[in-house]
Design a protein around this ligand. Structure first.
Ligand code: NAD
Length: 241
């Protein structure tokens, strides 16, 4: 028996990195995996490798969200799990952050999560169940000096998670956030001072994408049935320092 048997799951930003690891693990655990991204060639390749379905979705596109959720519900009859994983990183201190960078990061990391939650909430509320997993960051737990827009967006994800969780709880829909530390993906390659960061992690290394996917699996599945509005940190001890 798989831990997600019978569950219809959508993962955004699933062409590569953590989203791809989540799609692979969810499909291996019996879930029906829908993968969304803007990197179409990589997304199609990942979907065919893991046995899922790829669709182009820019998470900041309101109409695109509605079209995709309609298609999922028409084909599979339901949507049980949404992982709002798509995200972008920009490194600038507050004083150097141009407005267009701030807007872009908020559009993808913040508006994208809001639109995703709002769109799936309809069918999930109707079904009386669902699990939404929002990927924030350790940057949403601490000050993120040098990545002002990114840190701001990840704190917003943490806040939206709690508010949505309280609003949706009585309809059987759970909403939680994951706060990864340093994860070995393309995004981490963009981080300045990555080696110094790595040395500061108590476990002494960055995580693999799969180590985050295993936490997302727990939150997506009914194993986490009493958790909602909560923060789950996967950071090798960094937040404890
Ligand atoms: P990644 O860059 O490999 O993956 C991000 C994915 O999101 C890419 O496939 C990208 O194409 C997609 N994406 C970007 N903009 C999009 C848009 N507008 N619409 C749809 N898809 C879009 O990085 P990752 O590490 O796998 O990141 C996954 C999540 O984890 C992100 O939300 C990121 O902020 C968060 N995170 C990453 C780290 C880390 O160290 N890598 C740490 C904390 C949090």
């Amino acid at each position: 028996m798989g831990r997600l048997d019978g569950k219809v799951c959508l993962i955004t930003g699933a062409a590569r990195g953590q989203g791809a690891a989540e799609a692979e693990l969810f499909a291996a655990e019996g879930g029906t995996a829908w993968l969304a991204d803007v990197l179409d060639a990589e997304g199609e390749a990942t979907a065919s490798r893991v046995g899922g379905t790829y669709r182009h979705l820019d998470v900041s596109d309101e109409k695109g969200w509605q079209q995709l959720i309609d298609e999922i519900v028409n084909r599979d009859g339901r949507i049980d799990v949404l992982v709002n994983n798509a995200g972008i990183f920009r490194s600038n201190r507050m004083l150097d952050t141009p407005l267009d960078e701030f807007d872009l990061v908020m559009d993808v990391n913040c508006k994208g999560v809001f639109l995703g939650m709002r769109t799936v909430a309809g069918p999930m509320r109707e079904a009386g169940s669902g699990s939404i997993v929002n990927i924030s960051s350790l940057a949403g737990m601490q000050g993120a000096a040098g990545a002002f827009a990114y840190g701001t967006s990840k704190w917003a994800v943490r806040g939206m998670t709690k508010t949505a969780a309280v609003e949706l709880a009585r309809r059987g829909v759970r909403v939680n956030s994951i706060h990864p530390g340093l994860i070995a993906t393309d995004m981490a390659d963009q981080l300045p001072k990555i080696e110094r960061m790595q040395r500061g992690i108590p476990l002494g290394r960055s995580a693999t994408a799969d180590e985050v996917a295993r936490l997302a699996l727990f939150l997506a599945s009914d194993e986490s049935s009493y958790s909602t509005g909560s923060e789950f940190i996967v950071d090798g001890g960094l937040n404890a320092v």
